[in-house]
Design a binder for this molecule. Structure first.
Ligand code: GUN
Length: 296
């Protein structure tokens, strides 16, 4: 029997309509949420992501600004731009698209953004607050995975969730988020990574599997049990001469085989991706709401 295919776009739409109400309420208080995105260099994939973020802002009524710079911008210049945006009261969220060129220290850039404008949730203050169970900006992809699970009726509460991948952006914060003593979480979480032995042992014993290691079509049907819910975070370009662009996008899961085998699965594209962007919009609105209570 074929799995339920979880429609990320539909769930993102629900979030957008909820956000529209919040944005209207802010407008009545003379606040229009604004997101500033910084794009350095000419990485094609980054440019596509940045465009998608700008389009989402337009859809929900968030003002968006994209600042683009050549790859040879100095670290000092980039930090000065962040300083200016930190001080600009009309800018509620700052996002520096990663990766950055090698001569720029990404951690230094992330740490320069004020935590209250860090809508990516990458700043060590936000990471620490997440860990400590304090209010913070939750990184967008982990937050999106949680929304998908809860809104599609597969709440992680009491379930064994196996997260494959331990990145600072997805795997680690997701594991922390889903293990929290909180509604929509309360999961038993296992993290698997490149040094895990017998990954199959864990995946076969999982209620929910989140594939987030960034390796195309690595999770095969044989590794999954028929009752599993599979969330595929991977976005990988693979060559495809049949496609106009010469490539197509695939996840970290072998979707065609897995869809015949498991209970539910997210597609790539159209699964987690739309939620990541929706959660960025949500964080930006939250940043604008919080600005109401701050002196600038
Ligand atoms: N590059 C890939 N994913 C992300 C993300 O979520 N935020 C930023 N800033 N850069 C990225």
């Amino acid at each position: 029997m074929s799995a339920e295919i979880i429609d990320g776009k539909k769930i993102a739409e629900q979030i957008y309509s909820e956000l529209s109400e919040d944005i209207e309420a802010l407008k009545e208080k003379d606040i229009i949420p604004k997101l500033t995105v910084i794009l350095v260099g000419n990485d094609q994939a980054s440019a596509v992501y940045v465009r998608m973020k700008g389009n989402a802002c337009k859809r929900v009524g968030i003002v968006s600004e994209t600042l683009t710079f050549d790859a040879d911008i100095s670290e000092e210049e980039l930090l000065a731009i962040i300083d200016r945006l930190n001080q600009d009261a009309s800018c509620h969220g700052i996002l520096v698209q990663m990766p950055l060129p090698d001569h720029i220290d990404e951690n230094k850039v992330i740490e320069r953004i004020w935590p209250e404008k860090d809508v990516d949730g990458f700043h060590p203050v936000n990471k620490g607050r997440l860990q400590a169970g304090l209010p913070c900006f939750v990184p967008c992809t982990p937050a999106g995975v949680q929304e998908i699970l809860v809104r599609s009726g597969y709440s992680p509460e009491g379930k064994h969730v196996v997260v494959i991948g331990r990145s600072q952006i997805v795997g680690m914060p997701l594991a922390i988020l889903l293990a929290k003593k909180q509604k929509g979480a309360n999961a038993t979480v296992t993290i698997c990574h490149s040094r895990t032995q017998n990954v199959d042992f864990f995946t076969k014993n999982a209620d929910i599997i989140v594939a987030a290691m960034g390796r195309p079509q690595t999770i095969t049907a044989e590794m999954l049990n028929p009752d599993a819910v599979v969330i595929d975070v991977g976005v990988n370009r693979v060559e495809d001469p049949q496609s106009e662009k010469g490539y197509r996008l695939v996840g970290d899961v072998d979707f065609d085989a897995a869809v015949e085998h498991v209970k539910a699965i997210t597609p790539v594209p159209g699964g987690v991706g739309p939620l990541t962007i929706a959660m960025l919009m949500k964080n930006t609105v939250l940043a604008a709401e919080k600005s109401l209570f701050r002196r600038q």
